[in-house]
Each structure stands twice: as C-alpha cells, then as structure tokens.
Write a protein that binds this ligand. Structure first.
Ligand code: OFO
Length: 183
C-alpha cells in the first residue's frame, strides 16, 4: 500500500527547500566567520546563532517529508556567495537572502494551494511567520547600520553595534524555541 501523502511536485519542492535552508546556514556560517576575522565578535555571534536556526529549519522540513511518507534526498549544498565588503554590506546581503528565501517559500505555498494539499499548506505557514521575523531582523540591523553611517560608519559606532550583538539571541523570536530535537 502506498503511504506517500506527498505529490511528486510537492516532494521535489520540499526537498529543494530543505537544501535551501542548509544553504542559508552556510551563508550565515560564512558571513559569521568573515565578521569574526574582521574583529566583529558580536556580529559574528549573531550570525552564528542564525546559522543554527537555519539548520533547524532544514530539519523541520526533513522531518515533515518523512512524516508524510515522502522520500528525503540529501544533496550537496551550493557554496555561499563571496564575503561582504563591509558590515553594512553584510546585512544588505542577509536581507536580500531572506527575501529570496521568502519567495521560495511562497512558491511552495502556491503549489500546495493549487494541489489542495492542505497539510503542506498548513505546515508552510510556520515559515511565513518565520520569514516575517527574519526579514524584520535584517531590516532592524540595516537601520542600525544606516544610523551609524552606513558604509562610512565610524569605528566607534561599529564598536557599539558590535558590542550590543554580543549577547543578542536574534530577533527571530519564533525560531528560538525550535531545536533539532523539537523542530
Ligand atoms: Fe530559514 O529562514 Fe532564513 O533563510
């Protein structure tokens, strides 16, 4: 008896999104490493925390595919884009990435709507909420950077922002209680 509850198209889209979330984790890992090397330990901490959240998003999708009787295809992850030019550019790149990811999530929701796969439609609503949080988080960081002077921010202003982020848990509150064990 076939217990697979996902269509071929939905399973393909979910698997692709799973890899996209892993890719997002690579981006945050890469930018976080760059920030640390540039001496911005607070920004680095912020980005590393986010890398862990992205990995949890990947696991959340992986577990959903399995729960619905689908097949998981773990593939290679594309390399992250090149390093940011400066801290302002770092958050510009983060924002652009999050918008791109939101679009991919909307595409899956559109597909699930067309297929009347309400389970997947419902499952993906968590990600809609999460993307609002993540886009907001990136916008807040960009605003702070702009106030500090954008690309021309002084060392002093950047020091203060970096210090603030040292113990920041991130603005994406809805993801904070999500772990690999409890996706
Ligand atoms: Fe997984 O939310 Fe960002 O990309």
């Amino acid at each position: 008896m076939n217990t697979n509850r996902l269509s071929k198209e939905i399973a393909k889209a979910l698997n692709a999104q799973m890899t996209k979330e892993a890719y997002a984790a690579q981006i945050y890992l890469s930018y976080g490493s760059w920030a640390e090397s540039e001496g911005f330990g607070g920004i680095s901490n912020f980005l590393f925390r986010h890398a862990a959240e992205e990995r949890n998003h990947m696991m959340k999708i992986l577990e959903y595919i399995l729960k619905r009787g689908g097949r998981v295809h773990v593939t290679s992850i594309p390399a992250p884009p090149e390093n940011p030019k400066n801290t302002f550019n770092c958050f510009e790149k983060v924002f652009a990435h999050e918008v791109d990811n939101t679009k991919a999530i909307y595409a899956i929701i559109k597909l699930s709507f067309e297929e009347e796969d309400w389970a997947t439609w419902n499952f993906m609503q968590w990600f809609v909420k999460e993307q609002i949080e993540e886009e907001t988080m990136a916008m807040i960081m960009l605003d702070k950077m702009k106030i500090a002077g954008g690309e021309k921010a002084s060392d002093e202003a950047l020091y203060t922002i970096d210090k603030d982020l040292e113990h920041d848990t991130g603005e994406a509150k809805s993801a904070e209680d999500v772990t690999t064990e409890k996706p």
